[in-house]
Design a protein around this ligand. Structure first.
Ligand SMILES: NC(=O)c1ccc[n+]([C@@H]2O[C@H](COP(=O)([O-])OP(=O)(O)OC[C@H]3O[C@@H](n4cnc5c(N)ncnc54)[C@H](O)[C@@H]3O)[C@@H](O)[C@H]2O)c1
Length: 280
């Protein structure tokens, strides 16, 4: 018997990385999964976002636990597509109890040089994408008087970030959205929270583009060079490796989705190996 037997979780950005880990962790405890991801590169995102077969691999991992997994290809920027994905998942699996609005991306560069299209793309994916997912499931959750909504913000939703203004602004925005949704939806027994990961072991950070963005002065920067810049000398917070395993973020998702967290709403949980010690 798992804690999520009979529950259904919809997860955006579930093709790889943290989203896949959340799908696996929730399925391991009994949830059926609706795994949503985009199937193509957004052209102005400067690192590889997705690979063919990502969602199939997530489904295979979920099915190892004898759970059902329906996969949906949809761009979180497109409300109609997310709404159709949620509606068809509800008719296939019966309901959606848990939403993990996790899809995210970034485009770096100084504000003074940023193309307006790049700013808009990041806000569209990270902030509007979380809104679209919440908007798609909220009426269904209100009707059922039950829901757990978890949005992935970031430690960067707590401070400014040089060369990543759109990313930081979008993640601050998610926290404002989560707090507002918690006020509106609490009376329907729906909790809404955000998770602020620190630096996590996924391809969104482990790529040449980010290595260069953080270390323009180095010829061949490494992931460890990125870690030093991100944590600005505070590596004593993270004794093993600078990159947090995805499973550790999934544990926070599992907690917020569980009955143990029934009175936890409107908040944020930082899983950043001490990163949060540097901000409010
Ligand atoms: N890895 C980190 O260090 C870190 C730190 C803090 C916050 N985050 C956030 O965690 C979340 C998960 O990221 P990750 O680390 O797993 O990175 P990732 O790049 O491995 O996974 C992100 C997933 O989101 C999907 N996605 C992106 N844009 C989409 C769109 N428009 N529609 C549908 N799917 C889309 C991608 O295809 C990908 O599968 C993101 O919101 C990210 O901003 C990551």
């Amino acid at each position: 018997m798992g804690s999520f037997d009979g529950k259904v979780a919809m997860i955006t950005g579930a093709g790889r990385g943290q989203g896949r880990a959340h799908a696996i962790a929730l399925a391991e405890q009994g949830a059926d999964i609706v795994a949503i991801d985009i199937d193509h590169q957004i052209t102005n995102v400067p690192y590889s976002m997705t690979s063919p077969g990502d969602l199939d691999e997530t489904r295979a991992q979920v099915e190892k636990f004898d759970r059902r997994c329906v996969t949906k290809i949809a761009d979180v920027r497109d409300f109609a597509a997310i709404d159709v994905a949620a509606t068809s998942a509800i008719s296939e699996l019966g309901q959606i109890d848990i939403l993990v609005a996790n899809a995210g991306a970034y485009i770096g560069g100084p504000i003074a040089d940023t193309a307006v299209e790049d700013w808009t793309t990041v806000i569209d994916i990270n902030l509007n994408g979380v809104f679209n997912a919440i908007r798609a499931v909220a009426p269904h959750m209100i009707e059922r008087q039950y829901g757990r909504i978890i949005a992935t913000a970031s430690g960067m939703g707590r401070h400014g970030a040089e060369n990543l203004a759109s990313y930081a602004a979008s993640k601050w925005g998610i926290i404002g959205l989560v707090k507002s949704a918690a006020k509106e939806l609490g009376r329907h027994s729906i909790t809404v929270n955000a998770i602020n990961p620190g630096m996590v072991d996924t391809l969104i950070v482990k790529n040449d583009y980010l290595r260069g963005l953080y270390n323009p002065e180095l010829e061949n920067p490494t992931d460890e060079d990125v870690a030093k810049k991100v944590y600005q000398g505070n590596l004593h917070y993270i004794p093993d490796v600078p990159f947090i395993p995805v499973e550790d973020i999934a544990k926070a998702v599992v907690y917020l989705a569980s009955d143990d967290a029934r009175y936890v709403s409107g908040g944020t949980i930082d899983v950043g190996a001490g990163y949060a010690a540097n901000h409010m």
